[in-house]
Design a protein around this ligand. Structure first.
Ligand code: SF4
Length: 222
């Protein structure tokens, strides 16, 4: 099997295994997507969605974040962790959106990266989901673990890995591969002791044999 065929097979099998990948941050406007994605740093999407259910009802515009009382906002997002920084980011990005972008979320990489709390990962997700622009693969903690196990990248930074994956997959698949790897990383290719025995792509994964042997060793009685 050529590497191209293997990559195609990885996509095909993961699509079959996870016909509806997720759950992810819930949103209905680009602003909600940016806010939800900023809040999702170091936090589960489920928890973010519990918090944003009430947050989005209160803060409907960029100006609402720009003029928010910081202490109140901190309390409202407290359970997502790193709440002080995140509250500062939300207020800061609200201000920039009002001052530079007429209160709208910009649809360019440069514009998004100018917002506090917005990394390449967040920008790629917002561009793909809100504007249909597939400029890069968003690399979060799950993608950063799953891709090397699959032998798709040895990069030691998220940005480098995004570049590697960007060369292997077609732009139209950038968002899908992010969502499939996240879903697979949560369900099967978990951080410790990945469940290779249950994995639908174990036959084309170069790490399967190593993990299966390790897990067998751990289970062996002395
Ligand atoms: S075989 Fe194991 S290491 Fe490879 S993708 Fe599946 S769960 Fe992850």
């Amino acid at each position: 099997m050529t590497e191209k065929d293997r990559i195609r097979e990885i996509m095909k099998c993961l699509k079959k295994a996870y016909p509806e990948p997720g759950p992810f941050v819930a949103w209905s406007t680009p602003l909600e997507l940016v806010v939800g994605t900023v809040l999702s740093a170091q936090c589960t999407d489920e928890r973010v969605n519990r918090v944003t259910e009430t947050l989005f009802a209160k803060y409907r515009t960029a100006d609402a974040y720009a003029t928010a009382d910081l202490a109140t906002l901190e309390k409202e997002i407290y359970s997502t962790g790193f709440y002080r920084n995140k509250a500062k980011h939300l207020k800061g990005l609200g201000k920039i959106l009002v001052e530079k972008y007429g209160g709208e979320v910009p649809n360019t990489l440069e514009g998004l990266l100018s917002l506090p709390g917005v990394s390449h990962k967040t920008a790629y997700i917002v561009l793909a989901k809100a504007f249909g622009k597939h400029l890069g693969v968003a690399v979060d903690t799950h993608v950063f673990r799953v891709a090397p196990r699959l032998g798709l990248s040895n990069a030691t930074t998220a940005d480098r890995m995004s570049e590697d994956l960007g060369k292997l997959f077609a732009p139209k698949d950038y968002l899908l591969i992010n969502e499939l790897f996240i879903t697979h990383g949560r369900a099967i290719c978990i951080p410790r002791k990945p469940k290779c025995g249950e994995c639908p792509i174990a036959n084309i994964c170069p790490s399967a044999a190593k993990f299966l042997a390790e897990n067998a060793d751990t289970g062996r009685t002395p």
